[in-house]
Ligand binder design. Structure first.
Ligand code: DC
Length: 227
């Protein structure tokens, strides 16, 4: 596989609900760069493993599923969300649920799975640049990224944002259950032995609590333009 190590990368890591997806999409749009939503890859694998009725404890089977996962990201062309196609089927909506997030977090703790998904992520590094959103973009996948941001927000604010998003989609959720789910997921993502969630030593930490999206986008763009 050709890796384009001269292509600039902006790595945006951080916990679930910190606003990485929104910021990454806006910054990629402003720069005209490609976008990698690595969480969607983990979610897609968790979902595909469920469809194939794999036992997630069967590491070999899940890693094989990762290797032959037929994953496609399609721009709908109407400014809407990128569609995620798994084995030819549009699974975008199913991947957004908390169940899919929890399945992703569980399989993401398996080192064999992370290794199997590495090339799929590296392949997104294409000219003129890449904005990569995830948990280990700046630490493991693109350690040579030119700019690294660790985006965070208080658990209460992250739960509140998720609540609004899911309610707007008509899903029946409670704020208390979301906060609980976020705290559990943070603990699992931060404590796993492989690629735990932590800022890269050379990352700039941005706390988006109480900040409007445009202000965070401006801060990130200023960092990219300075690097
Ligand atoms: O960002 P997200 O909520 O879509 O991610 C879903 C899960 O996938 C999250 O709990 C952690 C995992 N993940 C990961 O381990 N590494 C990444 N680079 C992205 C996501």
């Amino acid at each position: 596989m050709t890796t384009h190590t001269d292509v600039p990368v902006l790595a945006i890591d951080g916990p679930s609900g910190a606003g990485k997806g929104t910021i990454a999409r806006a910054v990629a749009g402003a720069l005209g760069w490609h976008l990698l939503d690595s969480g969607a890859i983990y979610r897609a694998l968790g979902y595909a493993a469920g469809l194939r009725e794999l036992d997630v404890a069967d590491v070999g089977a899940v890693a094989r599923c990762a290797m032959d996962l037929r994953l496609e990201f399609r721009d709908p062309g109407d400014g809407g969300d990128t569609r995620v196609i798994i084995d030819g089927v549009d699974a975008t909506d199913a991947l957004r649920t908390e169940t899919a997030g929890a399945a992703a977090s569980a399989i993401a703790a398996l080192p064999e799975v992370r290794k199997a998904l590495l090339d799929k992520q590296l392949a997104f590094r294409q000219a003129p640049g890449l904005v990569a959103d995830g948990r280990d973009m700046g630490t493991v996948v693109f350690p040579d990224a030119r700019t690294k941001v660790f985006l965070t927000a208080s658990p209460a604010e992250r739960a509140e944002r998720r609540y609004k998003q899911l309610k707007a989609k008509g899903l029946d959720v409670t704020l208390a259950s979301l906060l609980h789910e976020i705290e559990l997921r943070d603990a699992r993502d931060a404590s796993r032995s492989v690629a735990p969630l932590r800022p890269a030593a050379d990352a700039v930490v941005i706390d988006s609590t109480g900040q409007p999206v445009a202000a965070v986008v401006d801060s990130v763009l200023a960092l990219v333009r300075k690097d």
